[in-house]
Design a protein around this ligand. Sequence first.
Ligand code: AMP
Length: 180
Amino acid sequence: MTQAAAEALASKVKSIIRDVPDFPKKGIVFKDITPVLADHAAFSETIGHIAAQFKGAGITKVLGIEARGFLLAAPIALELGAGLVPVRKKGKLPYKTVSESYALEYGTDTLEMHADAVKPGEKVLIVDDVLATGGTAAAVCALVEKIGGKVAGISMLIELEFLQGRAKLPGRTIHSLIKY
Ligand code: AMP
């Protein structure tokens, strides 16, 4: 895709994303991607464009972050010819897990992945819908590296640049289609 085509896609998808003010709490403008998922042309072009950024990078696993990340990671994995790995909130996965806790505004959260889901040396792509403060993505990077995986890239549909999430992800290859 040319730069101009990518920009046209970004502005089309941006116009489809729905802003929901004060969700899930006051002061947050929630970026609702469900209208993009519901639009076949927008969804398939978005997935094709994201996957194209990482083709040839040797990625064998795509990690989707609960829960909206799953919806993007699954078709990206198929497009890249890679496997899909869910990264879930604590206590949801049935088998042996590795976990990583990270700080939230108030308290902490814990993410888990099956311990055998990524093999040592395997190259992974981390996928989610929104890059906000970067805390979630940084925790997933730590999770991957804890079991010897290599983070080949991070793909976010949306990046909230004013929250400077990239500062928590130094040296990482990050792709986002839409920036605010
Ligand atoms: P962070 O760890 O701050 O980068 O937050 C990332 C997680 O929170 C992602 O899983 C996002 O889906 C979600 N998130 C953060 N801010 C928003 C927002 N404004 N709209 C939708 N989701 C958000």
